[in-house]
Design a protein around this ligand. Structure first.
Ligand code: SAH
Ligand code: SF4
Ligand code: F3S
Length: 496
């Protein structure tokens, strides 16, 4: 990777042994591979179903997948199911009847990571009740960061597979069936994974996620993603367009392009690397596909062509998730965000000049180390200046191995108080934006029947849930709706 400097751990002690539960040495070295693992044997293993035990003649084995964390994990879970379907695994919502259980985990905050261990405790009991006739796998970002610790803390786990290695699940399960207790590490070669994944996706609905970019080179000082997901990498244009066309053929009307830094996308295409904007314009030409969204973006990668696309590209929706984390320049600097509050506000102005009705969404961290009341008030000022339609806010969670973990923490009660104040302001703004939809005529993509008789539910262009009572609407229909009412969590309206 060209940016080799960024790939090395920030401090030498990151590689030193750490206390047991902090053993997740956050380096980007590939974790050790399973002893004797053959290189990428997916093609053979995918058809080699005979090596796996079946519960009855041709009976499907039930697969339970539980997903934590971001949309990228949702995409990965769907793809794990796609990889395992040819082996006779059918997904189940009830873990009790499962022959295999996968936890697709998130490491972003301590709570998210700890949940995994309590869930594994429950799976262990279930496995004992089944006299061991259940395979337990841990995938995702905790698997990447704490693989060895998982195996140590929970011996019932059969295999651990990182975010870039799950295409090897068929091979790994075969191996597990033969010799339980082995494990595989994960490495960072997303190209192998995407090449190996089956073309067909088991998508049911009218909306779908499509991962176009993986990893992150930004190294915000609080964040584990550059370590758990590896270096920034973009999928080639042709593979994305193929996947998008196939989704449209399957009835998908809305695609959300995913990446930890999706607007840094620079995938190989005709004539060189394509920007995200160029990719969106190409997707805009796919018949049957009606809506395009993307998430998550970094302010510093918001290029002119992407901003312009928001004003010009018909299928690109007027919604942008653009996290800023803090409104204090001092804290932004300490977070290594590499932009100021003022620069973010000017950027929002430019985006709104291109698309005045765009709904802006964000992420905030409160109680970042050394955040003062003054810093926090700067954040509230920024929020007031932007007027968010939605935002996610989190109390800072110290992640072992990240640079910020070494710094003095803000008092817990103080951080909680700030979180409440920030959320109150955001809720007020989101309420105002939703109330402002009443009387407007907007696009709604219908997805499924609503809870009430004769009702259909869908999402507006601005991503609000909308209910309409009308005859003759089918999932996948994109209709104009006049909004008549704004409820606590959704809008109601009538077809125009
Ligand atoms: N790539 C995206 C988001 C990645 S993680 C971006 O750059 O914005 C999603 C959100 O989790 C972040 O935006 C941040 O608000 C939050 N987050 C990440 N690390 C965190 C930590 N250590 N403590 C609390 N929140 C955190
Ligand atoms: Fe984490 Fe996002 Fe920062 Fe990357 S840009 S380090 S994913 S918060
Ligand atoms: Fe969590 Fe990994 Fe996503 S840490 S937020 S699942 S990239």
């Amino acid at each position: 990777h060209a940016r080799g400097r960024a790939l090395r751990p920030r401090r030498p002690d990151l590689q030193a042994p750490q206390p047991a539960r902090h053993r997740a040495s956050l380096t980007r070295r590939p974790a050790p591979r399973l002893a004797g693992a053959t290189p990428c044997p997916h093609k053979r293993a995918m058809t080699d179903t005979e090596t796996l035990p079946r519960t009855g003649a041709g009976a499907p084995k039930r697969l339970f997948i539980k997903t934590y964390g971001c949309q990228m994990n949702v995409y990965d879970s769907e793809r794990m199911a796609d990889v395992l379907r040819p082996l006779g695994y059918a997904q189940t919502e009830t873990v009790e009847d499962a022959a295999g259980g996968i936890l697709n985990t998130c490491h972003i905050r301590e709570k998210a990571a700890e949940k995994v261990y309590s869930e594994l405790g429950k799976l262990r009991i279930l496995k004992e009740q089944k006299s061991g006739a259940m395979t337990i796998a841990v995938a995702g970002c905790v698997a990447q960061a704490e693989g060895e610790e998982i195996m140590r803390r929970q011996p019932a786990v059969d295999l651990v597979v990182g975010p870039q290695a799950y295409h090897q699940l068929p091979e790994l399960l075969t191996r597990t069936a033969r010799a339980r207790g082995e494990r595989i590490g994960a490495d960072f070669a997303p190209v192998d994974k995407f090449d190996a994944l089956p073309k067909a996706r088991g998508i049911q609905g009218v909306t779908a996620f499509l991962t176009v970019q993986e990893g992150c080179d930004k190294f915000c000082t609080f964040c584990v993603v550059p370590y758990t997901r590896g270096a920034e990498w973009s999928r080639p244009v042709a593979a994305i367009l193929d996947e998008a066309r196939a989704l449209a053929d399957q009835g998908v009307r809305e695609i959300t392009l995913l990446g930890q830094n999706v607007n840094a996308y620079h995938g190989a295409g005709d004539g060189g690397d394509w920007s995200l904007a160029r990719l969106i314009w190409a997707l805009n030409d796919i018949d049957g596909l009606e809506r395009i969204r993307f998430t998550t973006s970094h302010p510093n990668d918001m290029s002119d062509d992407l901003i312009a696309a928001h004003g010009e590209c018909a299928k690109l929706m007027p919604y942008l998730h653009l996290p800023v984390q803090s409104g204090s320049d001092r804290i932004l600097k300490r977070m290594n965000r590499k932009h100021t509050a003022e620069e973010y506000l000017r950027l929002i102005e430019r985006i709104r000049a291109a698309r005045p009705d765009i709904l802006i969404s964000g992420d905030f961290i409160v109680g970042f180390p050394e955040e003062t009341e003054r810093d926090f008030e700067d954040t509230l000022d920024l929020i007031r200046a932007v007027n968010y339609g939605q935002a996610f806010s989190f109390k800072y969670s110290s992640r072992p191995g990240t640079p910020a973990a070494e710094r003095p923490l803000v008092d817990e009660a103080e951080a909680s108080d700030r979180l409440h104040r920030l959320q109150a302001l955001i809720n007020e703004q989101a309420r105002g934006v939703m109330d402002g939809m009443v009387g407007r005529e907007i696009g709604v993509l219908f997805e499924k029947p609503g809870r009430m008789e004769g009702q259909m539910a869908g999402k507006s262009d601005y991503l609000h849930a909308v209910h309409v009572k009308a005859e003759g609407i089918a999932p996948g229909d994109l209709r104009r709706v006049r909004i008549t009412e704004a409820g606590p969590n959704s809008l109601a309206g009538a077809l125009v």
